[in-house]
Design a protein around this ligand. Structure first.
Ligand SMILES: [Cu+2]
Length: 332
């Protein structure tokens, strides 16, 4: 048997050359197209879940010693050339796919593949491993890819409602029996039974839990999930669903402007609860950071939840309530 390099991680890796120190997607527009290069290392290991169980994952990681689930958030501009290098450190074949944009083809076990593509259309995308579908994607081989309109710093698509800051959220749901099957080189045969629900690879913790408030572990505090702003900080949230469960995402304090569904521009509706389709479904919304209309006297500071109204997703390990797919919206 091959010696395998298992990486043990207590939280999803938060590291990216393109992620600002605040966790926001940071972006400066350019007048001209550029070539953006990124190397991913496909690695494997375990990530400790809220009930203490170590679950197997694979990731598009930033180096051979890391396990990044999801992979680094990439943000480019329309017209850019994206040059990807994938180093597959595992003993299984993998691939890199963005629907409608690029498909690397098979990247054989233990090999490296280089390929390029043009980011031709502004919007929010999921990159993922299309092999052994959907299992390789579900066990962590996915990440967010964002394309800004050319020369723009404040639009989702040319002429869209504007924002001043942006986040990339990836949802996923975890069936550890399926993950173990993938680890062992088998195709899962059992019915899908998700036990953990994640936002950018992490789940919520509640006060009193030892990991509460730890930004590396608690999705309520992680810098790339916790929506943080002051009144007027209109915030684009690009949401991609890598998992099999559909979600009912409820934003407290403000309604959101709902701009797209499955990458299709729609009439802008103002909603507090937004349906997120499964299986690489996506929505883009703007959280306006307005004074909460129901508050009296009016408040400008405070924190509120974003959670899902599908109750199952608010649990972990088959019961731990409020250790699921949720985060915090912080008015500062
Ligand atoms: Cu709610």
């Amino acid at each position: 048997m091959n010696r395998r390099n298992f990486i043990k991680s207590s939280g999803a890796g938060l590291a990216s050359i393109m992620l600002g120190s605040t966790g926001l997607l940071s972006w400066t527009p350019r007048a001209h197209a550029a070539t953006i290069s990124k190397t991913f290392y496909i690695t494997e290991g375990t990530i400790t879940q809220p009930d203490g169980v170590d679950v197997y994952f694979c990731g598009f990681s930033n180096d051979t010693a890391s396990l990044n689930v999801p992979g680094a958030q990439l943000i480019v501009q329309e017209g850019d050339t994206v040059a990807i290098t994938i180093v597959n450190t595992l003993t299984t074949d993998h691939s890199f796919v963005i629907d409608g944009v690029v498909d690397s083809g098979v990247i054989k076990a233990g090999t490296t593949k280089n390929f390029e593509f043009i980011a031709s259309k502004a919007g929010s995308y999921l990159y993922y491993d299309g092999l052994n579908a959907p299992y390789n994607r579900l066990v962590g081989l996915h990440g967010g890819f964002s394309v800004m309109p050319q020369g723009s710093s404040d639009e989702l698509y040319p002429g869209s409602p504007t924002f001043v800051q942006q986040y990339s959220w990836i949802t996923n749901d975890v069936d550890p029996v399926w993950h173990n099957a993938v680890r062992d080189g088998n195709t899962p045969t059992s019915k899908f039974k998700p036990y953990y629900f994640t936002l950018n690879g992490r789940s919520m913790r509640v006060p009193g839990n030892p990991d509460y408030g730890n930004p590396d572990i608690d999705s309520g505090y992680a810098k790339d999930t916790r929506l943080t702003g002051s009144i007027g900080d209109r915030t684009l949230v690009r949401i991609q669903n890598a998992g099999l469960c559909m979600h009912s995402m409820h934003f407290h304090a403000n309604h959101v402007e709902w701009l797209t569904r499955n990458r299709v521009i729609r009439d802008v509706w103002v909603k507090d609860t937004v349906f997120l389709p499964n299986n690489i479904g996506s929505v883009d919304v703007i959280y306006p950071f307005e004074t909460p209309p129901d508050s009296w006297p009016p408040v400008s500071k405070g924190h509120y939840p974003m959670h899902c109204h599908d109750e199952m997703t608010q649990t972990a390990g088959g019961g731990l309530y409020q250790f699921g797919l949720a985060t915090t919206i912080s008015f500062e």
